[in-house]
Design a protein around this ligand. Structure first.
Ligand SMILES: O=P(O)(O)OP(=O)(O)OP(=O)(O)OC[C@H]1O[C@@H](n2cnc3c(O)ncnc32)[C@H](O)[C@@H]1O
Ligand SMILES: [Mg+2]
Length: 214
């Protein structure tokens, strides 16, 4: 495992909600981070079939373009009754024909697919959010960290916090969705703490422990 010595890195993402969460998580660790979006880097094509492959593509593209270490996140919602869909295609399910994204439509698609499978009881609607973080250096070295949080898909959507599919995801042990939680509640983690809640915070905790000793 390679330690991260620089205090400047690139957040290799173009998703504003995700960048905000990564900034929240990285801020207390004393990092200055620019995002790939701030730097006007082109979005690389996510041609992988796993979260790990896509996270690696994104982190390497930014690390090489910036000449700095870069941290990416490839994430998605994995729904058991849908055979793991939308999975690595979670962002694609939100895409309109003109290339823009519509998450109300995406959440409806998931709900329609669940209804078609007859998955109407809470027990038949189990799902998990997965986040794979990749830290890449300009020389091509990469480190990968995976975090998952189990829960259920609920309908109708509830809450306006967070981003993406947060209003339909209720983590195990809670009666509110990620969309009804503050950012701090959704992370459920601070440097040095033993537990974390969100998939991203869980992956981040591994990253911090492994590469930063935090
Ligand atoms: O690739 P980058 O530029 O980082 O941004 P993206 O939005 O395209 O990100 P992904 O390719 O990893 O796709 C992840 C999808 O899963 C959704 N998602 C991931 N984490 C989420 C979270 O914490 N809450 C809600 N939705 C989430 C998100 O909205 C995207 O549609
Ligand atoms: Mg993407």
């Amino acid at each position: 495992m390679r330690k991260l010595l620089d205090k400047t890195l690139v957040v290799a993402s173009h998703n504003a909600g995700k960048i905000r969460e990564i900034r929240d998580l990285i801020g207390p660790l004393g990092f200055a981070a620019k995002s790939a979006a701030d730097l006007n880097f082109v979005e690389p094509e996510e041609t992988g079939t796993t979260f790990e492959e896509n996270a690696t593509i994104k982190a390497l593209a930014s690390a090489k373009a910036a000449g700095l270490p870069a941290l990416s996140d490839d994430s998605g919602l994995v729904v058991d009754a849908l055979g793991g869909a939308p999975g690595v295609y979670t962002a694609n399910w939100a895409e309109r024909e003109d290339g823009s994204r519509d998450f109300a439509m995406a959440m409806e698609k998931v709900e329609k697919a669940l209804k078609e499978k007859g998955a109407t009881t809470p027990d038949s609607r189990t799902a998990r959010f997965v986040s794979v973080l990749c830290l890449a250096w300009p020389d091509g070295h990469v480190e990968l960290f995976r975090g998952e949080v189990e829960g259920k898909v609920v309908w109708p959507p509830r809450g306006t916090s967070g981003f993406g599919y947060d209003p339909v995801f209720q983590p195990e042990g809670y009666d509110i969705t990620f969309g009804e939680m503050s950012a701090e509640e959704k992370h459920g983690w601070k440097p040095g703490e033993a537990k974390a809640l969100s998939h991203r915070a869980r992956a981040f905790k591994l990253f911090a422990e492994t590469c930063l000793g935090a």
